[in-house]
Ligand binder design. Sequence first.
Ligand code: PMP
Length: 340
Amino acid sequence: MQYVDSLLDLIGNTPLVRLSRTLDLPATGGPLVLAKVEYLNPGGSVKDRIATRMIEAAEASGALQPGGTIVEPTSGNTGVGLAMVAQAKGYRCVFVCPDKVSEDKRNVLKAYGAEVVVCPTAVAPEHPDSYYNVSDRLASQPGAWKPDQYSNPHNPRSHYETTGPEIWAQTEGRITHLVCGVGTGGTISGTGRYLKEQAAAAGRDIQVVGADPAGSVYSGGTGRPYLVEGVGEDFWPETYDRGVADRIIEVSDADSFAFTRRLAREEALLVGGSCGMAAYAARQLAHELAGTPEGEDAVIVVILPDSGRGYLTKIFNDDWLAQYGFPSGDGAPHAQTVGE
Ligand code: PMP
């Protein structure tokens, strides 16, 4: 019989899928662009990886006791990962979300049995109602433990121990560029460091490229609002290792969303907005490398963190796009619905 004891045993070992039509490059030669499809994790995102490691480490250190409560500010995916593990181990979960997070995502957390507290996005991080401060207050209750994905070393470490080695093995050590959206910075820092170390041991270098929403601090912004979820920050988290990224490519909300729609329609990859953002940056990189000697052997791996299912009422809804002045998902100017 073939089965696993628990869903948690299925975390990681996600596949690489070649991007083709959306690159708009000649079919032969040139850079190979491979997407690491993280929505195939059992909780539906890359965050399953960090949830397991952070909880196991807290149990080992005694920070999380039997019957305890997990409190975390999360845009949804980390919450799902934590809720899955917590359910298996009998912990309670309370998640704090900014109000820009889609209702779909919040409902998923509730479906796993978690409680959700919603906070305003349009306040400074130091404001008492900011989602960082609300979660700090909740986490100071007796029996509560806050994983804090923004400072927890097990966040980047889980990528150093899983995502990085998987990509190295899957590409047989031929990866030349890693492209990755940056939120907490855990994915890019852990994965990027592992891959750079492996490449250095083989006597070469790997370029690590961050993709960032225009306005976020990583691409030199001040933290002004952007709509793409899960990436970009208005502060520098401890989990972001500034020594890893060689370059940051800034991507607008409009380009992120338009490319997210293209991935679904042209590659059958129904993924989230941060995936569209990262893949758009990977496509830009591929265009820069195409036709150069370096481009011939380039293997670009881009990480696609989550599924598009959580964004059906937003990025995949033309009326929502039009509300923010973006063209419809087909790239054509938005046509008003009759009767509107
Ligand atoms: N995309 C989505 C949808 C996310 O939820 C996150 C996590 N915040 C990221 C990308 C970025 O990953 P990381 O936090 O590891 O930088």
